[in-house]
Design a protein around this ligand. Sequence first.
Ligand SMILES: Cc1cc2nc3c(=O)[nH]c(=O)nc-3n(C[C@H](O)[C@H](O)[C@H](O)COP(=O)(O)OP(=O)(O)OC[C@H]3O[C@@H](n4cnc5c(N)ncnc54)[C@H](O)[C@@H]3O)c2cc1C
Length: 397
Amino acid sequence: MTTSRNIVIAGAGIGGLTAALALADKGFRVSVFEQAPRLEAVGAGIQLSPNATRILRDLGIGDVLKRSTVVPDALVVRSGASGRAIVRMPLGAEAERRHGAPYWMVHRGDLQAALVAAAEANPDITLTLGVKVEDYATHRHGLTVQMRHATGFDEEHCIALIGADGLWSSLRSRIGNREKPRFRNRTAWRSLIAAPEVPEPFREPLIQLWLGSDAHLVHYPVRAGAAINIVAIAHDSQERPGWSAVGARDELMKHFSRSAWSRDAIELLMRPAEWQTWSLYDMPELPQWGEGSVTLLGDAAHPMLPFLAQGAGMAIEDAAVLAGSLARSPGDVPAALRAYEEARRPRTVLVQQASRRNGAIYHKAGPEAFIRNIAMRALGGRRLISRYDWIYDWRDG
Ligand SMILES: Cc1cc2nc3c(=O)[nH]c(=O)nc-3n(C[C@H](O)[C@H](O)[C@H](O)COP(=O)(O)OP(=O)(O)OC[C@H]3O[C@@H](n4cnc5c(N)ncnc54)[C@H](O)[C@@H]3O)c2cc1C
């Protein structure tokens, strides 16, 4: 096999798989290695805004994805205490008209499955599961990547290595960033429940965001409306790494008391029999995303809090920019990777910061919350959502 256009990607999450498709589209040969032995439908709902759906559509997976996504008519912000709507920000057809691409709500497993199917159908992409990328060595003609699998070790030669290995990226430390993600004292309790199990208003094609003091609740339909994704986020000092730790409802309800939350919100939270917890982390800006012919992408490069719903979106944008940059100067891979990093860093830092700010705004209490609600009403839904134009209008190049 010729190695002159071979690129290795560590991690088959949303970022790694999108990067594989984008690179293959530019004529590269891509080997993706994923440490998990199976790609199960782990995770829950993900929001994909127009900046991300535009790229997925251009990569040819829009039609497949459309079968499982739901288009939200609006983002409705409610008072957690009264249940009353504070503001309704239009999405749906208006967002598509305004930004030239749709807004979708999708189950992470469905998105990953659509990306895997496209990767498997592409003769220039090889996806291998159960293989952990452990190290690399640089030489005159590129890199040798070392990997571990169930029965031993292996090597692969390539012109570039992309660390799309997520929040706990080991390649991030390998290139010299010793700092670890910081726990932000918040836990997300997540559940996916069959749509018929919740009252009709919770099944509407809306993103519904309920704001309380030190806690908020988000829910929206996924899986073509067959399931409802519920996420309740509260301040919490207990760190529980991983995506699928089991969460007790009693513990969740300590943060959503009947005295502080409306009857409707409590009713929804009491429906699921099972919850999973997900501790929230982010990181300050990394001093470096890469060295030589190695770079990072997605959560590995810029872990972020989920309050702007842009984790997957930024990984998808990274993938498109990386592929464009390598296609422009395939003969000088280190220069192409540094150009990609320079192009992406400022934007991802702004999104990380805006996500942190949203978290603080959502969890305000007392008079501050009262003022926030008045300000939101005064601004109105259209003006509030237009504050995200800089995110949704993004285009590569
Ligand atoms: C299991 C899981 C569930 C998630 N659920 C949600 C959710 O419900 N809602 C939401 O908004 N976001 C969720 N996320 C996060 C979201 O997918 C990411 O923030 C976003 O899509 C960016 O993705 P990424 O590709 O950068 O990283 P990730 O999605 O984290 O993917 C990284 C991948 O790299 C693999 N990997 C790690 N180290 C190595 C290595 N050394 N060699 C090979 N493979 C390696 C991991 O197993 C993983 O599959 C989830 C992530 C994971 C891993």
